[in-house]
Write a protein that binds this ligand. Structure first.
Ligand code: UDP
Length: 328
């Protein structure tokens, strides 16, 4: 069976990818240092003989015994709250961590797919965003640590391709949602659902006219699967182009949860992109892929997963302890 290493495997996307590749008959090596990931996300896989978990920080040398066919590099804090708390670690995992993954791919003769992001476009001045757009990023703003790490990640991955002939794939992932998102990671969907379930007002940052386009996780995972098996080495946008303002999104969540909550307006964080929507023509053409789950269905599935949480879990403060990493 083919053997794949997934970094960031205990995270939201990583854990769904583990599920998919196990289902497809792969031998999965799941790696995570559990700074933002959670073993709970992969607990159902841990007894399977074709699944191995390794607790490792990929900014240090990565050692894998025996052969390896593929690497999916998904390790990184991915929420603005997280990367504000651990900015140096965010930069290191995107740069040193990627370098280690590339070196490993090269030594094993493995194909590597890296998780890039719509954040490489920054606060975009081209709308919708095509892969040809170079972006509008503030390197020293609060999001710079993530955006620039991901831009460096693309650059070094492309250099390994052109210089060493490494087989690479680059996914530019737009906002994705679904079960296993961390309730308190600051992202808008878990924030709204958590607030609705706790009976709190929904917090809108700014006036809520900023837009996002939300993709259900199963669609995204399918796009990643297809991209990995394609023969295309350049960046491909993966996301759902169904764009919505954050204010409308809050209204949809209120309607879905039937909670009748009010919205309150808070300050807009610095450099918060005003609009975001992927142009997915390339993915449609090259991968024969487009999202199948519309927002009403995806939101319902996500809400049902969150509804299973107890009140104690809903009220629990985020248990992740960043203090050992914040100064590195
Ligand atoms: N947002 C909001 N209220 C919240 C959390 C986020 O209005 O409680 C806004 C945030 O300012 C941004 C959008 O929702 O404009 C999406 O935020 P998220 O952190 O989910 O993703 P990103 O900004 O990285 O796209």
């Amino acid at each position: 069976m083919p053997r794949i290493l997934i970094t960031g495997a205990a995270g939201f996307l990583g854990s769904h990818l583990c599920d998919r590749f196990i289902d497809e008959g792969y031998d999965v090596i799941a790696m995570d240092n559990l700074i933002t990931g959670d073993l709970e996300n992969i607990s159902h896989l841990r007894k399977l003989p074709e699944f191995t978990f390794i607790n490792h920080d990929i900014t240090e040398h990565i050692h894998i015994e025996d052969n390896l066919d593929y690497i999916l590099h998904f390790a990184s804090p991915a929420s603005p709250i997280d990367y504000l708390k651990i900015p140096i670690q965010t930069l290191k995992v995107g740069s040193l961590g990627t370098h280690n993954c590339l070196g490993l791919a090269r030594s094993k003769g493995a194909r590597i797919l890296i998780a890039s992001t719509s954040e490489v476009y920054g606060d975009p001045q081209v709308h919708p965003q095509t892969e040809e757009y170079w972006g509008h990023v503030n390197p020293i703003g609060p999001r710079g640590v993530y955006d620039e790490a991901k831009r460096f990640q693309e650059a070094i991955t492309m250099a390994y391709h052109t210089y060493h002939g490494l087989e690479i794939r680059i996914a530019r992932i737009f906002n994705t949602y679904g079960p296993r998102m961390r309730l308190n990671d600051g992202r808008v969907l878990p924030a709204f659902i958590g607030q609705a379930l706790r009976g709190e007002d929904l917090t809108i940052f700014g006036d809520g006219t900023q837009t996002r386009s939300f993709c259900f996780v199963n669609d995204l995972v399918d796009g990643i699967y297809r991209l990995l098996h394609s023969d295309y080495s350049y960046p491909v946008n993966l996301g759902n182009p169904d764009e919505i303002s954050i204010l409308q999104f809050a209204e949809e969540v209120v309607q879905l949860t039937g909670t009748n909550q009010k919205v309150v307006f808070k300050d807009l964080p610095k450099d918060d992109p005003t609009q975001r929507k992927p142009d997915i023509s390339k993915a449609m053409k090259i991968l024969n892929w487009s999202p199948l789950v519309d927002r009403s269905k995806g939101l319902k599935l996500t809400f049902e997963a969150f509804q299973k949480l107890s009140l104690a879990e809903l009220n629990k403060q985020d248990h992740r302890n960043f203090k050992n990493y914040s100064k590195k």
